[in-house]
Ligand binder design. Structure first.
Ligand SMILES: C[S@@+](CC[C@H](N)C(=O)[O-])C[C@H]1O[C@@H](n2cnc3c(N)ncnc32)[C@H](O)[C@@H]1O
Length: 206
């Protein structure tokens, strides 16, 4: 055991802490279903996880993993790009999603040329934000080692930096002494109404 967790373990622990039984969550990149299992366990029987992937092979593998864990009932899987999220999430879930995760790049054990891309990732993030509940967490795991990964990382960094600090607290976690193929985790927290308005007050009143 180490005190500083691997970036995906850190993401998992924050997502798990953000979720309560009955909550709504989004897995924007279903892949092999590891993240979906974590989210489905965290939302309990009364919760729901909306999952997206563009590859049939990913959906097949994830379904098997979720079925083996007895969690299929808690997920809704869409074979669709995450940028089309608004077409699939119920409109009444706006403002009620407690956790969302983007685990970017390619599907491990599959065609490495099929990757997430900055245009669609940023489009998905933009349409996701209104769905996030106050106190909700968005986790974005970025891989820079594959072709296209560096550019996607730069686009995500710029987008994260542009979010209003009165509404979003954004943090970055990375192992800065990793010489190559660095992974970067961005964590966004939607500030609650109280926290957001306190931020706008002079220091003495906040
Ligand atoms: C690193 S993998 C995800 C890992 C996964 N979360 C897990 O727990 O195993 C990235 C996934 O993103 C998917 N993907 C690529 N572009 C996408 C898009 N526009 N919308 C949704 N998924 C996409 C890929 O097919 C791939 O399965």
């Amino acid at each position: 055991m180490t005190y500083l967790p691997d970036f995906l373990d850190f993401s998992a622990s924050i997502l798990h802490q953000a979720l309560r039984p009955g909550d709504l969550a989004v897995d924007a990149t279903l892949g092999n279903g590891r993240d979906a299992v974590l989210l489905a366990e965290s939302v309990g029987q009364a919760g729901k996880v909306f999952c997206f992937d563009i590859q049939e092979v990913a959906i097949h593998r994830a379904r098997e993993r979720l079925a083996a864990a007895g969690l299929l009932e808690r997920v809704q899987i869409f074979r669709a790009g995450h940028e089309r999220l608004t077409e699939h999430l119920p409109p009444e879930s706006q403002g009620h999603v407690r956790a969302a995760t983007f685990n970017l790049g390619f599907l491990p054990g599959s065609d490495r040329r099929i990757i997430t891309r900055p245009e669609t990732t940023l489009a998905a993030l933009a349409v996701l934000l209104p769905f996030m509940a106050p106190g909700g967490i968005v986790s974005i795991a970025v891989y820079t080692g594959h072709p296209g990964g560096q550019a996607e990382g730069e686009a995500i960094a710029a987008w994260c930096g542009s979010l209003a600090p009165t509404i979003w607290r954004v943090a970055r976690y990375e192992q800065v002494n990793k010489p190559v193929n660095r992974e970067v985790l961005y964590l966004l927290e939607r500030l609650g109404e109280k926290q957001a308005s306190a931020k706008c007050l002079p220091q003495t009143l906040a």
